[in-house]
Design a protein around this ligand. Structure first.
Ligand code: SF4
Ligand code: SF4
Length: 475
């Protein structure tokens, strides 16, 4: 019988132990040399089983190894059609997270900002929506989240902008209302926000720490890196304003044993080294975690990342991943957030039908109360999925999710990174191709290279410090 290997990635750890990551199941399995050889022979168009067993030179153990690969679904009849993934989960899908864009204004003018820059989807500074969400709309947003969360025991509320802290009253109104709703509904609430840190005052820090906010600060690194793009409208850099505020927040949060404070770094063409930036943010400013995101920009922008920059970025991520693995093996904490997230997904066997929760368990609310697929799509007329008053436009939501399903992205079907990527960010696809449901094929090499780094780190940690991975469960 002619057999064919499922789409997979084979990899080894430092000691030469072999593993396979299988795309259909998103499972990682340790394999022996015979199984590895057979998988290699069955790749592509496949091969007759007898021929492969002979060519592999696997001796008496061959049939057993092959039987196991077939039983695990790693090798299948060559003419078998792939079982399509379920098109959509039962709709209406209960909400887990609501992102409140409490303001569409910002006090910085970062050159690469998707909100106000040349790649925005919404009207940016010309927005006719209110500059700030009213307290009433903030409370209605909370009512809406609880009404659409189904049986979920925990809901998440994220505050976003513009600069989120330009509208503290709406945040405080939403939190007070959510506390009361959670009590009567018997649910728990997690709060988080993203800020540029320019407006973090001590009283506000106390409020955020008291409510155990997950706080992410958009910052690009040391003074030189930060002031390159993250500037006030006058052109003045923002580093001197934010550095003392961040130090104060980190100290207070640590003293109160709050949730980790994260930095989010936007990587542009001229960004400093990832390792240096990480070390500065963790060791000098005190961040618990640092996440890096390549800038989302039309390739013509002078800060956009050309293809060779992705190669450089991958090499730098590899260096930081090595730092992470070494620290983990020594039982020391490490805050490379991208890798921690990837390891969590690999360990959980995440197999995505959609790249992210946008439109599914997550929606964004504009200052006017309109619902968008996520925070980056609010005020984008073409991606509105209802409003607080009339509720979710389920027809629009379902149509988008159907079009964005990974099975619609034929180029992704033969990619081993599909369970984790599923085509990548809708917003980035919209900026690049004018169509949110297209796969981000410009970034495949980067995504596959990054997944390879994650697999290699996973294998080494699984061998040397397996309890680190167990601790990721449910974290
Ligand atoms: S976008 Fe590229 S990397 Fe992502 S799943 Fe599709 S083919 Fe793979
Ligand atoms: S569409 Fe992009 S920005 Fe929006 S939630 Fe998904 S990954 Fe994030």
């Amino acid at each position: 019988m002619k057999l064919r290997a499922a789409v997979h990635r084979r990899f080894t750890d430092e000691q030469g132990h072999r593993f396979v990551y299988a795309q259909p199941s998103a499972a990682i399995l340790a394999i022996d040399a015979n199984a590895a050889r057979l998988l290699e022979l069955f790749e592509g168009e496949g091969c007759e089983a007898e021929l492969a067993l002979r060519a592999a030179g696997v001796g008496d153990d061959g049939p057993r190894a092959l039987r196991e690969l077939v039983e695990l679904g790693f090798v299948r009849p060559a003419d078998e059609r792939r079982v399509p993934a379920a098109e959509l989960p039962p709709m209406p899908f209960p909400l887990a997270t609501l992102v409140l864009n409490v303001t569409n204004k910002c006090n910085l003018s970062c050159t690469y900002c998707y909100e106000y820059g040349e790649d925005r989807l919404g009207p940016g500074r010309a927005s006719k929506a209110p500059a700030r969400m009213s307290d009433a709309t903030a409370r209605e947003s909370i009512d809406f989240l609880f009404a659409n969360a189904g049986e979920r025991p925990v809901v998440s509320i994220t505050f976003f902008g513009g600069e989120t802290l330009l509208n503290v009253p709406a945040i405080q109104a939403a939190v007070a209302h959510a506390e009361a709703k959670a009590k009567s509904a018997g649910k728990r609430v997690h709060y988080s926000l993203t800020t540029n840190a320019t407006l973090l005052e001590p009283e506000l820090v106390e409020f955020l720490v008291a409510h155990r906010f997950g706080i992410t600060i958009s910052i690009d690194g040391d003074q030189r890196s930060q002031d390159r793009h993250r500037v006030f409208r006058s052109g003045a850099g923002s580093f001197d304003v934010i550095a003392p505020k961040i130090r104060y927040l980190v100290d207070r949060n640590r003293a109160a044993r709050g949730r980790p404070i994260g930095a989010r770094v936007t990587l542009t063409r001229d960004a400093s080294s990832v390792l240096e930036t990480y070390r500065y943010l963790v060791h000098e400013l005190g961040f618990d975690e640092v996440g890096f995101a390549p800038v989302t920009a039309d390739p013509s922008r002078d800060y956009a990342l050309p293809s060779e920059a992705y190669e450089r970025m991958l090499a730098e991520f590899a260096t930081l991943a090595e730092d992470f693995v070494q620290a983990t093996l020594r039982d020391e904490p490490h805050g490379f957030a991208n890798l921690k997230d990837l390891l969590r997904e690999l360990h959980a066997g995440v197999n995505k039908a959609h790249p992210c929760g946008a439109g599914l368990g997550l929606l964004g609310v504009s200052t006017a109360g309109e619902l968008g697929l996520c925070h980056r799509f609010v005020e984008s007329e073409s991606h509105t999925v209802g409003d607080l008053e009339s509720g979710i436009d389920e027809a629009a939501r379902t149509a988008f999710l159907r079009a964005g399903h990974v099975d619609q992205k034929t180029e992704c079907s033969t990619c081993f990174a599909r369970p984790l990527c599923a085509g990548g960010c809708y917003h980035e696809a919209h900026v690049r191709f004018g169509e949110a449901t297209r796969p981000n094929l410009h970034a495949c090499e980067w995504i596959r290279g990054w997944t390879d780094l994650g697999l290699s780190a996973y294998a080494r940690i699984a061998a040397g410090k397996p309890r680190y991975l167990s601790a990721l469960e449910g974290s």
